[in-house]
Design a protein around this ligand. Sequence first.
Ligand code: ZN
Length: 324
Amino acid sequence: MFPEQRMRRLRRTPQLRAMVRESHLRPEQLIYPVFVVPGEGIDHPIKSMPGQSQLSIDKLVEKLSQAFDVGVVSTILFGIPSHKDPVGSEAYAETGIIQQAIRVLKERLPEMMVITDVCMCEYTDHGHCGAIVDGDVDNDRTLELLAQEALSHARAGADMVAPSDMMDGRVGVIRERLDDEGFGHIPIMAYAAKFASGYYGPFRDAAESPPQFGDRKSYQMDPANGREALREVELDIAEGADIVMVKPGLPYLDVLSRVKDRFEMPTAVYHVSGEYAMLKAAAQNGWVDYDKVLMETLTSFVRAGADLILTYAAIEAAKILRKE
Ligand SMILES: [Zn+2]
């Protein structure tokens, strides 16, 4: 009790504050999401995500070399295919944009951890995350497509696959397919609790993947449901997920914290496009100090229980960490 207890004693100097700091952000925790397009020499800025671009493979190699040099050792790839169709054929084609990108990256930057997003929405002409039957995504038919997609990524050399579709049973189906085909060593990072969020807006510009009809509420989660998120995570772990993810980040810190406390699994959080865009917009208006609010945000994820953070600000954050 006061006056014996004075909380301010340990806040007096930078040294004291550093000594008792509870949460630390390290560059190895950051995963940099990128958008790959066909072609050469393409660096096409994404308007709603200042500082981010759609990149052709040659430019992607340049960008990821920069990331690697500042300590960001992992990336997650999103592909924009040359053509889209109802069953998203390019998602699992050997010559698909992602499969090509993986091969080049593993050759040019062999130490970079290449994670792939496994989903159909970038590749389907209707923009939904799976095969459509009677106007809605058909869960079980989609599973086979996802298994093929994950396998084609592993064959191309991906280090990890990350299913983001929210179909029931997909982690188990992907695990089984990878194991059967000799890829038992490839981990699965499951987008376990992915909410139907308005914060994905800028991403849909970037990935050119907005649904052409309806929305994704029949497969992504209701933002109001925290307990349901725990059930989703539990099922993905039972099916063989190695890392579980909560998405988006800041509006779901409570979910992140509960997931970590309950399951003690390696846990990732996705600091999504809308969260990134809001920070950028406020900073451009001079309303917040970008570096400060960025680091505060990323540190809040670690404090809440995240081991890994997917963020478009990965390179910026790693540079800031170097200066500190
Ligand atoms: Zn999707």
